[in-house]
Design a protein around this ligand. Structure first.
Ligand SMILES: Cc1cc2nc3c(=O)[nH]c(=O)nc-3n(C[C@H](O)[C@H](O)[C@H](O)COP(=O)(O)OP(=O)(O)OC[C@H]3O[C@@H](n4cnc5c(N)ncnc54)[C@H](O)[C@@H]3O)c2cc1C
Length: 258
């Protein structure tokens, strides 16, 4: 378990950023990942007074505050109405309900974990992050960046006509995924994201037509084989993950009804 000298509740995002710049300081979300470390922090900075625990809908977009819990992603009606079961599907295997009540989307996205379900799903959507002080950037750009002392404020998803299939393979129900695949048909274009490789999720370029033929799907599978890197760890080999990625991508496209 980590320890900290000071627990500071930030009054603004600017203040949180300034505090976070100091050596041995860190922002906290649900602290579920942080608690696994033995680090000694000077300051931990709590964002819970910044009203970042809301999911809001406008005509053009859905905004998800960084302090929204994974459980809220699972049960929220706005997300269900816009993205069907995709959010629920992406978090339902993560440990258990009590855990998901505490873990935040901010901690999950900032972490850019190589096993992340959330990042894999978000990458397949028309999605942006609002980061202080940088501003708004596409999630695929953020996913590639190093972790700095920025403050993640919101996840912004542009509204479209979405049809999403989110699939994972796990050794047991609540373990980390050994591969995650999210395919979103956005209006009539596809976005394909592969995560838990076990490296950060990546977007796979594709030339799928609105109703992909078998040939187009095979071409995409070959493209995955040639361009996406897969690694080995105690859960699975890179070769197995590559096979899974090709199979889950095909299955997800078929689920969408392409
Ligand atoms: C046992 C276990 C199993 C898990 N299994 C899965 C799984 O199967 N799939 C999956 O996708 N995830 C899994 N996770 C990860 C989990 O879902 C959360 O992503 C993780 O707990 C981080 O969320 P948190 O709110 O607890 O963040 P914290 O632990 O509080 O923070 C994590 C990191 O993010 C930083 N941070 C938090 N919020 C912000 C912010 N707003 N701005 C800037 N930096 C911020 C912190 O400084 C820290 O570096 C697992 C975690 C654990 C501990």
């Amino acid at each position: 378990m980590f320890t900290a000298d000071n627990y500071i509740v930030a009054n603004s995002v600017e203040e949180a950023y300034e505090l976070n710049k100091a050596r041995n300081s860190t922002v906290v979300g649900g602290m579920l990942w942080l608690k696994m470390s033995n680090k000694k922090f000077k300051n931990i900075i709590d964002l819970s007074k910044l009203e970042l625990d809301k999911i809001e809908e406008t005509e053009e977009e859905i905004q998800i505050g960084a302090m929204v819990s994974l459980r809220e992603l699972e049960t929220n009606e706005i997300l269900k109405a816009n993205f069907g079961e995709a959010f629920k599907e992406s978090v339902r295997h993560i440990v258990g309900v009590q855990f998901r009540n505490c873990a935040t989307i901010g901690g999950s996205v900032y972490g850019r974990f190589g096993f992340s379900d959330i990042l894999t799903l978000l990458m397949s959507l028309d999605c942006y992050v609002k980061v202080y002080p940088t501003g708004i950037i596409p999630i695929e750009e953020y996913a590639k960046q190093k972790q700095e002392n920025e403050i993640l404020e919101k996840i912004i998803i542009k509204k479209h006509n979405y049809n999403i299939s989110y699939l994972t393979q796990r050794l047991t129900k609540t373990d980390f995924p050994i591969l995650a695949c999210s395919v979103a048909k956005i209006d009539d274009k596809y976005r394909v994201s592969i995560g838990a490789r076990p490296m950060r999720a990546v977007l796979v370029e594709n030339e799928l037509s609105s109703n992909p033929t078998e040939e187009e799907i095979v071409k995409l599978q070959n493209h995955i084989e040639e361009t996406v890197k897969f690694g080995s760890n105690m859960r699975a080999s890179g070769e197995y993950r590559k096979l899974l990625a090709k199979i889950l991508t095909k299955r997800a496209i078929e689920n969408i009804g392409g």
